[in-house]
Design a protein around this ligand. Structure first.
Ligand SMILES: Nc1ncnc2c1ncn2[C@@H]1O[C@H](COP(=O)(O)OP(=O)(O)O)[C@@H](O)[C@H]1O
Ligand SMILES: [Mg+2]
Length: 147
């Protein structure tokens, strides 16, 4: 059975990627895993009156929020598949999104990655976002970019 990894950040384009994965699931009986990565914010700073504990708390807060939105993106994906009665696996990971998507795809022998061209943020006018750009350039498995 074809193993497919779909990346979502909850964006409109990622939703399109999920719709495409759903079609493949129905047509090929593919085994679909939806992944959403909560990005850890790398932050180093020092400032008078700001303690390391303040910074740690801030980072924890950011990460909690990132995890929440990643979970929401996964819930949305789950609903989409559920509506069609198609089974789907979901997973929440923490780290650098492109790195994690690439590692999971390769280490767990996925046959294909499906990713949106653009996501929630970034610079207008770019054909690919930073995450999709990095995945397309680094992952050794087949990648389908949905626009
Ligand atoms: N944190 C994330 N977890 C999982 N997939 C992601 C994440 N961020 C982006 N993606 C995937 O990469 C695609 C492109 O997003 P991205 O490269 O971040 O573009 P942008 O720069 O416009 O935000 C998204 O449609 C989604 O499929
Ligand atoms: Mg993005």
């Amino acid at each position: 059975m074809e193993k497919i990894l779909v990346a979502t950040d909850g964006s409109e384009t990622a939703n399109k990627a999920l719709g495409y994965a759903l079609q493949l699931a129905e047509a090929l009986k593919a085994d679909i895993t939806v992944i959403s990565v909560a990005q850890e914010v790398p932050m180093a700073m020092s400032h008078e009156g700001i303690t390391n504990a303040d910074i740690a708390r801030f980072k924890d807060n950011m990460l909690e929020n990132m995890k929440k939105s990643a979970q929401e993106a996964l819930n949305k994906a789950e609903k989409l598949f559920e509506q069609k009665g198609v089974a789907v696996n979901t997973r929440l990971e923490v780290g650098d999104p492109a790195r994690v998507i690439t590692d999971v795809a390769e280490k767990e022998s996925f046959d294909q990655v499906i990713i949106g061209s653009r996501g929630l943020g970034g610079i207008r006018g770019m054909v690919l976002g930073s995450v999709s750009n990095k995945v397309v350039n680094s992952v050794k498995t087949n990648v389908t970019v949905i626009r």
